[in-house]
Design a protein around this ligand. Structure first.
Ligand code: ARG
Length: 595
């Protein structure tokens, strides 16, 4: 767990409060016992209770021999149950096995709580962050180098984490694009630009076309022609020395890359705030100076390095040739984030391959006394890693000609396939062109996002259009259809939901209504688990289960429109929509309202 969230709305938390009171009375000699409450999981499709309190066993081991009142864990469990303060939440309790206290919630209370979210909105369920200023550093592609599927993962995961933290009311939440816009590759690119275009100021984006191809061609020149190589190296020096002609060329190249990045962000609906590596150049010397003064930097074979605890190799702060690297920039940028931007929590989203880089960076800051030694204290830094994107062949995802996949093309292909599927439907004629466009974008981009987010981020995942666009499995397509179906149930009823919300009453008499209602209420605790561990897949699983419970249980067994329970059931449908839509929102997926 990365963070402790305060979440008064969570059922677990509310039960925890009741049990804390009982524990204090039952075992006064142990006033600091934390209540252990868990949701019950069904065994062979049967659930004996909704929640259970698991304190009796471990607590008995603590008090054994000291307090005589309880003979065994089971009798302690009974004591805990007996001392529970009265609450409208609980229908009944019982003690099972060695001392578990099983809890069955009152269906009236579940119904009231679900109805409340309809009046107060999903924000009333939001947990609170213990910190104010949070930054998520994600996407962060490199100029003129490939923006590859790894950056796509970073963009998708990072944006979702940002949305989750925003929901917890972070006072300020920054989505930072730490673009790699500096480095020796620019010497080569600029030299190539000048060679191809004697009047570089007149060069338009379309003249250069694909920057990746441009990069490749210049690299070819660099590797094969020693004169060009020399020229490229001199260009770096001129650029770093601030020669205006070189600076302009550099800006031009950056601008072209940015246009390309923005096409991806626009499709994904992601808005980042850019603070590129070059911004930190002037901050590098003073940061190094501070570290020197603290005695952290030492000499190693001509390079200036920092050793950190538990790692054999040092972090290279200044290269042998006096140049700076990725590390140096991160030293300066983290210093800036902590001291100028005054961030409480700094989250970096990159592939797991960079885990050591960040581990060493954070350790260096701890050594300097710039971050607390205890990682649970603030300000703090967290690296959020993710695995590789693989192709069907199990190797790194590439195109057939083993080129890097252009992300824009990838997203456009997802949309194209969805459009084809939509146009093949029987009711395709009822749709306007605009609706088809919008829906295929929502489903196509949503599918790419969901396929990524539903997997535990630490594992590799296989990119496969057929799988992610399947309308049956655990895919965004299936979920969006489920959402649209619920919308159509409400439309068909012809009822005004706003009216029902004001005057209708939600009751959960049928078992499947109760199951759905309880699952809706459990959103908060699942969200807390997902957010505290920075694992969006937990939220995806919840959303998938919600659709399954709705479709396979509730909707299969409880008639909505035209039934005596219509009003209540429509309200339950609406509450399901509210929670579903919120999950979509957190996952960055645009909902679809009609099928
Ligand atoms: N540009 C880097 C890459 O493409 C990611 C940067 C992550 N952020 C950072 N502050 N180092 O791998």
């Amino acid at each position: 767990m990365f963070i402790e969230l305060d979440c008064p709305a969570s059922v677990r938390k509310q039960l925890g409060k009741l049990f804390a009171e009982s524990l204090k009375v039952t075992v006064p000699s142990e006033p600091d016992v934390v209540p252990l409450i868990d949701a019950c999981v069904a065994k062979n499709g049967v659930k004996h209770a909704d929640y259970q309190c698991n304190n009796a066993m471990s607590l008995f081991a603590k008090i054994k021999g000291k307090q005589t009142e309880f003979k065994n864990p089971r009798s302690l469990g009974e004591g805990i149950m007996k001392n529970l303060p009265p609450s409208e939440m609980i229908e009944s309790c019982s003690v099972a096995g060695p001392g578990f206290v099983n809890i069955v919630l009152s269906k009236k209370w579940i119904a009231q709580s679900v109805q409340q979210v309809l009046t107060d909105g999903i924000d009333s369920w939001a947990p609170r962050l213990p910190v104010k200023r949070v930054m998520v550093d994600f996407s962060s592609p490199n100029i003129a180098k490939e923006m590859h599927v790894g950056h796509l993962r970073s963009t998708i995961i990072g944006d979702t984490l940002a949305r989750m933290l925003e929901y917890c009311k972070a006072e300020s939440l920054i989505r930072r694009n730490h673009i790699g816009d500096w480095g020796t590759q620019f010497g080569m690119l600029i030299a190539f630009l000048f060679e191809k275009f004697p009047n570089p100021e007149e060069v338009k984006e379309s003249d250069i076309g694909d920057l990746q191809a441009f990069y490749k061609a210049s690299k070819l020149r660099f590797d094969s022609d020693p004169d060009f190589k020399l020229n490229a190296q001199q260009s770096v020096v001129k650029l770093q020395g601030g020669d205006p002609k070189y600076l302009t060329a550099w800006q031009q190249i950056c601008e072209i890359s940015r246009t390309e990045f923005n096409k991806v962000y626009q499709r994904l609906g992601v808005h980042l705030e850019e603070m590129a590596e070059s911004f930190f150049n002037p901050l590098i010397p003073p940061t190094l100076e501070k570290l020197e003064k603290l005695g952290l930097i030492e000499d190693s074979e001509g390079a200036r390095v920092i050793f950190v605890e538990g790692v054999d190799i040092p972090l290279i702060a200044v290269k042998r040739d006096g140049g700076f690297n990725y590390f140096t920039t991160d030293l300066a940028s983290l210093w800036y984030r902590l001291n100028v931007e005054k961030l409480d929590w700094n989250i970096y989203v990159t592939d797991v391959g960079q885990a050591q880089h960040f581990d060493m960076l954070f350790k260096a800051f701890k050594r300097a006394g710039w971050l607390p030694k205890d990682s649970n204290e603030y300000p703090k830094c967290t690296h959020v890693g993710f695995g590789l994107v693989l192709g069907d062949d199990g190797k790194r995802f590439r195109t057939r000609s083993s080129e890097v996949v252009r992300l824009v093309d990838l997203l456009d292909e997802a949309k194209r396939r969805c459009k084809v599927a939509l146009l093949e439907r029987d009711n395709a004629k009822e749709w306007t062109e605009k609706e088809i466009e919008k829906t295929s974008e929502a489903i196509g981009y949503g599918a790419v996002k969901y396929a990524d987010l539903k997997i535990n981020r630490l594992t590799n995942y296989t990119f496969n259009f057929d799988q992610m666009l399947n309308d049956k499995g655990n895919t965004a397509v299936y979920l969006l259809y489920a959402h649209a179906r619920i919308c159509s149930i409400i439309r068909k009823s012809g009822k005004d939901i706003e009216e029902l919300k004001k005057n209708g009453n939600l009751v959960l008499d049928h078992e499947d209504e109760r199951t759905l209602g309880l699952h809706l209420l459990q959103f908060t605790e699942v969200f807390v688990e997902s957010c505290a561990n920075l694992l969006p897949n937990v939220l995806c699983e919840y959303l998938y289960n919600l659709s399954e419970i709705f479709t396979k249980k509730f909707y299969s067994n409880c008639q909505v429109v035209g039934s005596p329970e219509e009003t209540s059931r429509l309200l339950l449908c609406e509450a399901t929509l509210v929670v579903m839509r919120h999950c979509f929102y957190l996952l960055g997926i645009e909902p679809v309202y009609k099928l």
